[in-house]
Write a protein that binds this ligand. Structure first.
Ligand code: P5A
Length: 445
C-alpha cells in the first residue's frame, strides 16, 4: 500500500476525551472514529488489525476442533423467555420492536440461540462432542462505556459453545478452550493469565477469566509472579487428549492468580512475599461451564449410550476480539506511539523514502515494496512528499514493527537502513538483505 493513496487520518493533537493510552493512540493513528458513546467505525488501519486478530482466533479455534458458523445479531425475545434471561438481563440488553410489534433484542451473547440450533438438529450422543463458535458483533448497553474499544457498547466477540453428553466431557471442553486461548493470546504477543472468576449473568460455578496485566485495567488482580514465567511456546497439543489438556490447565492454574471478585487473602499470604504481586488487569476472555442451565429449560436433550434422554452439558467461551486491540496497545507502546507485535501488525513493514522525487530513492523504494509483496508480505510505503521527521513520526505512531529507510546517501553505498520499532536499533544493509531479514522474521508466524 502507498501511503499517498491510503486513508490514514492521523491526528496531531491528543484527543481530550481519551483517558488511556490505547484509546488515545487508536484515535491519533486514525484507527477508529466514535459514532456514539461506545460505538465506533473501524477505519482502514484499525479494521486491518481487527481482521488480523480475528484470523488468529479462527485459526486457533479450528486447530482445537471447534466449528465456525454465523448467527444473527438480532434475536427473538421469546428464545430468551425460555431460558428465563429475558427479564433477568436488565437494562444492559437493547430491546427492539419490529413493525409487526414482535419483540427482539440485539444479542449481548448467544447461549439461547445456539441451544435452539442444537435442539433442532441433534438427538444422539453419537453427534457429540460438538463445539460451535462465531465471531459476531454484540451489544451491551453498558452504564459507563469508556476507554474506547475497551468497554464499548457495540463490540466484537468470539463466542463458542460446547455440547457434551456429561460433565466430565464438558470439563474437557472447558480445558480445551483454556489451552486454545493460551496459545491464541501468545500468538498476539500477549501474556493473558487465567484467573478464577465470578460467572455473573452467564451462570455456572466453573469459570476463569483471562487477564492482561496493565495499570489501566478495570480489574484488581492478585497473583504469584511465578505464573508470569510460564510460556506456551510452540508445543503441539493433541486437543482430544483429556490428560494432556488437563495438565496444561493445571500448570497455569496452580500458581495463585485471582481477581478481586474471588481473591482469598489467606491463600495469597501463603505465597512467599517476594512473589506476591498486586496489579490491574484487562479481561480479554472468559470460559464458563454451566452444565444444564440452558439445556434443561430449553429442552435440549440427547439420547445417551444407555438409551436415556438427558439434557446436554454446556459451556460458553468468549474472547473480546475488539477489546484486544486496546489491550495489546496498553501492553505494547512507548511515548511515540504503538508498537505492534508481529503477529497482529496491520502492515508487516514500513518503507520510508527520505527523498521523494529522487529517481534512485524512488526506484529503490518501489523495488523494496515489490520484493516484499512478492514474498507474500504487506508493506506500507510512505511515498508522500513530506519531511523525514514527519514520516518517522507517522511510522512510530502507527507502530509497524519494522521500518526500512531509503535515502540517496545510503543508496550511493548500496545500503538501506532496517530499524526495529521495539528496540529502536537500526542496521545498515543491502536492500536484498533487508528484504530477506524481514521475510525471515515473519516466516515462522
Ligand atoms: C462467553 C461467550 C460471555 O458473554 N457468553 C458467550 C459468554 N462472556 S463475557 O465474559 O461476558 O464476554 C466475553 C468477553 O467479551 C469481552 N467484552 C467486551 N469487550 C468490549 N466491550 C464490552 N463492553 C465487553 N463486554 C465483554 C471481554 O473480553 C469478555 O471477556
Amino acid at each position: 500500500m502507498r501511503l499517498s493513496r491510503y486513508f490514514l487520518p492521523v491526528l496531531k493533537e491528543n484527543p481530550a476525551e481519551a483517558q488511556i493510552v490505547s484509546h488515545r493512540y487508536m484515535l491519533r493513528a486514525g484507527m477508529i472514529k466514535q459514532q456514539q458513546a461506545g460505538i465506533y467505525s473501524w477505519l482502514p488501519l484499525g479494521f486491518k488489525v481487527l481482521k488480523r486478530i480475528e484470523q488468529i482466533v479462527h485459526e486457533e479455534q479450528i486447530r482445537a476442533g471447534h466449528i465456525p458458523l454465523l448467527m444473527p445479531t438480532l434475536q427473538p425475545a421469546d428464545l430468551w423467555r425460555e431460558s428465563g434471561r429475558y427479564d433477568a438481563y436488565g437494562e444492559e440488553m437493547l430491546r427492539i420492536t419490529d413493525r409487526h410489534k414482535r419483540e427482539m433484542l440485539y444479542g449481548p451473547t448467544n447461549e439461547e440461540m445456539i441451544t435452539d440450533i442444537f435442539r433442532s438438529h441433534v438427538e444422539s450422543y453419537k453427534s457429540l462432542p460438538l463445539t460451535l463458535y462465531h465471531i459476531q458483533w454484540k451489544f451491551r448497553d453498558e452504564v459507563r462505556p469508556r476507554f474506547g474499544v475497551m468497554r464499548g457498547r457495540e463490540f466484537l466477540m468470539k463466542d463458542g459453545y460446547n455440547f457434551d453428553v456429561d460433565k466430565p466431557s464438558a470439563l474437557h471442553a472447558y480445558n480445551r478452550h483454556m489451552v486454545s486461548y493460551l496459545r491464541t493470546y501468545e500468538r498476539m504477543g500477549l501474556q493473558a493469565i487465567p484467573m478464577r472468576a465470578d460467572s455473573g449473568p452467564i451462570g455456572g460455578d466453573d469459570t476463569h477469566e483471562f487477564l492482561v496485566l496493565a495499570s489501566t485495567g478495570e480489574s484488581e488482580v492478585f497473583y504469584d509472579s511465578a505464573i508470569t514465567d510460564l510460556k506456551f511456546g510452540d508445543r503441539t497439543v493433541d486437543y482430544d487428549n483429556w490428560d494432556e489438556c488437563a495438565d496444561i490447565v493445571k500448570e497455569w492454574t496452580t500458581p495463585y492468580a485471582r481477581t478481586d471478585e474471588t481473591h482469598d487473602p489467606a491463600l495469597f499470604e501463603a505465597i512467599p512475599e517476594a512473589r506476591r504481586k498486586t496489579s490491574r488487569g484487562i479481561e480479554v476472555g472468559q470460559v464458563f461451564y454451566f452444565g444444564t442451565k440452558y439445556s434443561e429449560p430449553m429442552k435440549a436433550f440427547v439420547v445417551n449410550d444407555k438409551g436415556e434422554r438427558v439434557p446436554v452439558h454446556m459451556g460458553s467461551h468468549g474472547i473480546g476480539v475488539s477489546r484486544l486491540l486496546g489491550a495489546i496497545i496498553e501492553a505494547s507502546h512507548d511515548e511515540k506511539g504503538i508498537i505492534w507485535p508481529e503477529g497482529v501488525t496491520p502492515f508487516h513493514c514500513g518503507i520510508v523514502n527520505l527523498k521523494q522525487g529522487d529517481p534512485a530513492a524512488d526506484a529503490a523504494s518501489a523495488a523494496l515494496e515489490a520484493a516484499l509483496i512478492a514474498k507474500g508480505l504487506d508493506p506500507l510505503y510512505d511515498d508522500r512528499d513530506e519531511r523525514a521527521g514527519a514520516k518517522f513520526a507517522t511510522m512510530d505512531l502507527i507502530g509497524l514493527p519494522w521500518r526500512i529507510t531509503v535515502g540517496p546517501r545510503g543508496l550511493a553505498a548500496g545500503k538501506v537502513e532496517l530499524t526495529s520499532r521495539r528496540t529502536g536499533i537500526s542496521e545498515e544493509m543491502s536492500p536484498d538483505d533487508a528484504v530477506a531479514k524481514v521475510v525471515g522474521i515473519y516466516a515462522g508466524l
